[in-house]
Design a protein around this ligand. Structure first.
Ligand code: ISL
Ligand code: CA
Length: 534
């Protein structure tokens, strides 16, 4: 028997860029409410909201200054209640983002923590330096050291992300008590679960120096430690078990073995893997290399075979757009966007669609750093400059990998600002919005969006697609063929990740094809995806 969060499809909203309702250029809760009908029509059963809590926006919501309130830029608690009620009317569940590795440095806990005598001192990780040097050699995810010196305190504090995101200290039991209250606060309102931000790095086993790594020195001291498992078990037992909800962990650097350790006794219900996201990377996400479909297929296959239930995704607010990365922005834009849809919705697991993915939105077309808002991009740009990268090379890194690729406003129609706002959008709208927008696709039966809708419905009606076993059939340079099977029935999925035709001598009745072909004859068109009933 599948659980409801295994049956349904999740849609991720990054609220700031979803839909503005009041002309201030910033997406908001009323904007989301106004689009629920479209999401229902698409077949969405769960919405995951990226953080909507008050935040100074150094990391756009992932730096939280109050866990129990709504960011006034997005609306009020009343708006949130209305969103829950309107979603429920449409049988859509709402999942919140839970960011508990760190808070904002503007959070009152941290403000008080700067005073050495405050009871909040131990909410964070403070240490004296080693002479003029930080307490250890750890590096932060956003580049630079993981420690910042605070004059007022005369000590350093740990931050695995920006210096405005101090890490919480889970050795202090009061911190976990606060977190439990936060969970109950939202669960009692009716939210259906949490996406848990960098949840596998919340426990630091030691603060010793890290061994050499190309990035993130120190990782071995905080990645998936026993203390983290203990905390998750406690949250499960004392809080989550009393509600009908699920959790999905954002679990950086996770292996399938680690995943199973989180899933085994339901410390988490699902985890996001990052391995398939490295299919076009060399070592670091900033060094993009030619995309190799084979690497994508192998990573996905490994996870399909080794982990019983996956959280499948090709995009989110941290990743470039999938059609630009793994497909083709040019001649085969439409076919490749549809091919990626087939991949996402025919793997075993819960599919996560990121806003705009369902209409094939592409990477941004910004021309300079002044248009980039993301702190990570600015940090890396500066770092690359210090390392002597020429300006053109630095810009190339940003273009290929910046998180702002996925953060441009959703393209609703061909009107001003793509229908996102009547004011000035907080970040640039991609200039391709006249060609790529929801309105143009909504009633076109052959659009990318209609194809997503068909696939979501197909998955909903197919026990094989939802629960059938996965079997890899062929992984070659540009072909990925796999089977889903159950009780002697099977579906074969054929994907051609290339601009060339390809021979793929398999047989079956066509269930679905992005070329709308009535029958299959053993050859795939460029970027063709076919599902066959065997
Ligand atoms: O973005 C990344 C790669 O581009 C990752 O290194 C990312 O920082 C990591 O996956 C953690 O992401 C999450 O936590 C961050 C936040 O900035 C991200 O938006 C969030 O998804 C800190 O809260
Ligand atoms: Ca607004």
């Amino acid at each position: 028997m599948l659980k409801w969060w295994q049956e349904r499809v999740v849609y991720q909203i990054w609220p700031r860029s979803f839909q503005d309702s009041n002309g201030d250029g910033i997406g908001d809760l009323q904007g989301i409410i106004s689009r629920l009908d479209e999401l229902k029509d698409l077949g969405v059963g769960i919405i995951w909201l990226s953080p909507i809590y008050p935040s100074p926006n150094v990391d756009y919501g992932y730096d939280i200054s109050d866990y129990k309130a709504i960011n006034p830029e997005f609306g009020t608690m009343e708006d949130f209640h209305q969103l829950l009620a309107e979603a429920e009317k449409r049988d859509i569940k709402i999942v919140m983002d839970l960011v508990i590795n760190h808070t904002s440095d503007q959070h009152p806990w941290f403000q008080q923590s700067r005073d050495r005598t405050s009871p909040y001192r131990d909410y964070y990780i403070w240490r004296p330096g080693r002479g003029r040097k930080p307490p250890n050699n750890w590096g932060s995810f956003f580049g630079g050291p993981a420690w910042t010196y605070d004059e007022q305190s005369g000590e350093y504090y740990l931050h695995l992300f920006a210096k405005n995101q101090p890490d919480l200290n889970y050795r202090n039991p009061r911190v976990l008590e606060e977190v439990k209250e936060v969970l109950r606060f939202w669960l009692d309102k009716g939210v259906a679960g949490f996406r848990c931000d960098v949840i596998n790095i919340i426990w630091k086993s030691s603060l010793a120096n890290g061994k050499w790594r190309p990035a993130l020195k120190g990782l071995e001291h905080y990645l998936a430690q026993e203390g983290c498992h203990r905390i998750l078990r406690e949250l499960r037992r004392e809080v989550l078990d009393s509600y009908d909800c699920f959790t999905v962990g954002e679990t950086v650097f996770i292996t399938t073995k680690m995943a199973n350790e989180f899933l085994r006794s339901r410390e988490l219900d699902m985890v996001f893997s990052f391995e398939h996201m490295a299919a076009d990377e060399l070592l670091l996400k900033w060094f993009k290399t030619k995309f190799k479909p084979e690497r994508l297929a192998r990573a996905l296959t490994k996870w399909q075979l080794e982990v019983p239930w996956n959280a499948n995704y090709l995009e989110n607010h941290d990743q470039p757009r999938s059609v630009s990365r793994f497909g083709d922005e040019g001649e085969f834009w439409e076919q490749s966007a549809k091919l990626l849809a087939v991949l996402l919705l025919t793997l075993k697991g819960t599919p996560f669609i990121y806003q705009g993915q369902e209409i094939g939105m592409t990477n941004f077309d910004f021309t300079g750093m002044d248009q980039i808002k993301d702190i990570e991009s600015h940090n890396v740009y500066r770092l690359a400059k210090r390392l002597g990268f020429p300006a053109s090379a630095r810009w190339k890194l940003i273009k290929a990998s910046s998180r702002d690729n996925a953060r441009t406003p959703v393209q609703w129609n061909a009107g001003p600002n793509a229908g996102f706002t009547t004011g000035t959008p907080w970040i640039g709208v991609n200039s391709n919005y006249k060609r790529i927008n929801l309105e143009a696709q909504l009633h076109d039966p052959h659009s990318v969006r209609s194809f997503y809708k068909r696939l979501i419905a197909l998955r909903a009606s197919s026990d094989i697609l939802k629960a059938g076993a996965f079997e890899a059939v062929q992984i070659s340079r540009s072909l990925f063929v796999y089977r889903r099977k159950m009780d002697g029935n099977s579906l074969l999925v054929l994907l051609n990740f290339s601009k060339e035709e390809a021979a793929a001598p398999y047989r079956g009745e066509v269930v679905l094809s992005n070329y709308e072909r009535p029958s299959y004859t053993g050859r795939l068109q460029p970027y063709e995806a076919v599902v066959l009933q065997e």
